[in-house]
Design a protein around this ligand. Structure first.
Ligand SMILES: *Cc1c(COP(=O)(O)O)cnc(C)c1O
Length: 385
C-alpha cells in the first residue's frame, strides 16, 4: 500500500511518506530561499520564482492537509485570519455574504469593520437555523456563505450538507471554518462545502508555538484563482520555519485530537450536573441542541472545545479561572496544554458569550487532573478564596 492510500492516522504520522530526494532524509529540510534561479533561456521551468508567491517549505504540509480534507488543492497562510480574509478579499464590492452571528470573534470584527468598508454586503444570521439561512439568501446576489462548526464560543453546530445545498441553490459558495472539528472529525468538502479553512495555529500544529492558516478547495475555479493571487500579492505568506514546525506538529494530530475529544466528553459529562455549574455547552452532550446534527456530521468525537457557565455570574466565572492551577488562563485553543478563558472579557461589547461563561480548550493531560483542578477551582472561588 502507498502511504497516500493509507488510513488518515498513517498519512498523518508519515506526512504522506515523503523522502527528501537529494539526501534521503525522512524529514524535510527547511527551505529558506526567497528567490529561485532563472533558466539561461529566461524561463522558470521549476515553477518557482519568488517565495512570497510559493515556497517548497509549504509543499508537504499542504499535501497532507489536502489529502486529509479530500480537496483539489491546499494553501498555507501566515495565520488563520490571513486564510479566512483571503476568501472574502477574493470577492467583489457589492457581493452579499452570510456569516454566523456566533463565530470566531476577530473574523466577525474584520467583516463588520473592514470588509463592509470595502463594499462587501455582510449579513449575520443564525447559521445553525436552516430556516434563517434560507430566508437570508438572495439568489444571484449572495456569493458566499461562511459557516463555523462547532462555533466559538457557544459550540453551536451547523448542518454543512443542508447549508451547502441552500447556498448552491442560490448561486453561492459555501466555506467552512473547520478549525475546531479538524479534518479528522468532519470533512466539509465531502458534505458539499466548496472551501475549508483552518487556523493551523490550533489543532493542526497543536503546540501553541506558531501562527498559521490553511485553505483547501474542492475544485479549481475563478474564486480560487483569486484567492491564490490574494496570498501571492498581499503577502500573507507563512514563513519557512513555521511551515516546517507545522509539519512536525501535524504528525501527531490524530493522537492529540483523539485524546482531547475523549477528555472533553468526560469533562462535559462530569460538570453537566455539577451544583456550581449552570450549563455545559458541548455538542457531545445528548441534551445539546446541536447533538443530532453533530452526530451525523462528526466522526470519532465532538471536539476538544467546550464552555461552562458558572453559578454566581461574571465575578464567579473570573474567580474560577483565577483559581485553576493546571488549566492555564490564556486565549487560543487546540494545544497540548489545557486553557481556560473568560470569553466575554476578550470579545467585549456585542459578544454572544454570556458573562458567566468560561471557554475550555482541552489538552492532552490526564483527564482526572483536569477534572480535579476545575473542581477545586469552583469550590475555592465560591468559598471566596
Ligand atoms: C484562532 C482561530 C482563527 C484565527 O486564526 P489565527 O491563526 O489566530 O489568525 C479563526 N477561526 C477559529 C475558529 C479560530 O479558533
Amino acid at each position: 500500500m502507498e502511504p497516500k492510500q493509507a488510513h488518515p492516522d498513517t498519512v498523518i504520522a508519515q506526512a504522506l511518506g515523503w523522502i527528501d530526494e537529494a539526501t534521503r532524509a525522512i524529514t524535510p529540510p527547511v527551505h529558506v530561499s526567497s528567490t529561485y534561479l532563472r533558466d539561461p533561456d529566461n524561463q522558470y521551468r521549476s515553477g518557482r520564482v519568488y517565495a512570497r508567491a510559493d515556497n517548497p517549505a509549504f509543499d508537504q504540509a499542504e499535501a497532507v492537509i489536502k489529502a486529509l480534507e479530500g480537496g483539489h488543492q491546499a494553501l498555507l497562510f501566515a495565520s488563520g485570519m490571513a486564510a479566512a480574509t483571503a476568501v472574502f478579499q477574493a470577492l467583489a464590492p457589492g457581493d452579499h455574504v452570510l456569516a454566523p452571528r456566533v463565530m470566531y470573534w476577530s473574523l466577525r470584527n474584520w467583516l463588520m469593520g473592514f470588509a463592509t468598508q470595502w463594499g462587501l454586503d455582510v449579513e449575520l444570521v443564525e447559521m445553525e437555523s436552516p430556516e434563517a439561512v434560507q430566508a437570508a439568501l438572495r439568489p444571484g446576489r449572495t456569493k458566499l456563505v461562511w459557516v463555523e462548526t462547532p462555533a466559538n464560543p457557544l459550540w453551536t453546530v451547523t448542518d454543512i450538507a443542508a447549508t451547502a445545498q441552500a447556498a448552491h441553490a442560490a448561486g453561492a459558495l459555501l466555506a467552512v471554518d473547520s478549525t475546531v472539528a479538524t479534518p479528522l472529525l468532519t470533512r466539509p468538502l465531502a458534505l458539499g462545502a466548496d472551501l475549508v479553512m483552518h487556523a493551523a495555529t490550533k489543532y493542526l500544529n497543536g503546540h501553541s508555538d506558531l501562527i498559521a492558516g490553511a485553505l483547501v478547495t474542492r475544485a479549481d475555479n475563478e474564486h480560487w484563482q483569486r484567492v491564490r493571487r490574494v496570498r501571492a500579492q498581499l503577502g500573507g505568506t507563512l514563513g519557512s520555519f513555521e511551515a516546517w514546525l507545522l509539519l512536525r506538529g501535524l504528525r501527531t494530530l490524530h493522537l492529540r485530537v483523539r485524546a482531547a475529544c475523549a477528555s472533553a466528553q468526560a469533562i462535559a459529562e462530569h460538570f453537566e450536573t455539577h451544583p456550581l455549574v449552570t450549563a455545559v455547552l458541548y455538542p457531545g452532550l445528548a441534551a445539546s441542541p446541536g447533538h443530532a446534527v453533530a452526530r451525523a456530521q462528526m466522526q470519532g468525537g465532538f471536539g476538544g472545545m467546550l464552555s461552562v457557565r458558572v453559578y454566581g455570574g461574571e465575578a464567579a466565572a473570573i474567580a474560577v479561572a483565577a483559581q485553576t492551577r493546571i488549566w492555564k488562563r490564556a486565549t487560543s485553543l487546540g494545544g497540548v496544554e489545557s486553557l481556560v478563558e473568560h470569553r466575554a472579557s476578550v470579545e467585549g461589547a456585542g459578544t454572544p458569550a454570556p458573562a458567566d461563561l468560561l471557554r475550555l480548550s482541552v489538552g492532552v493531560e490526564h483527564v482526572a487532573d483536569l477534572i480535579a483542578d476545575l473542581e477545586q477551582a469552583l469550590v475555592a472561588a465560591h468559598a471566596g478564596g
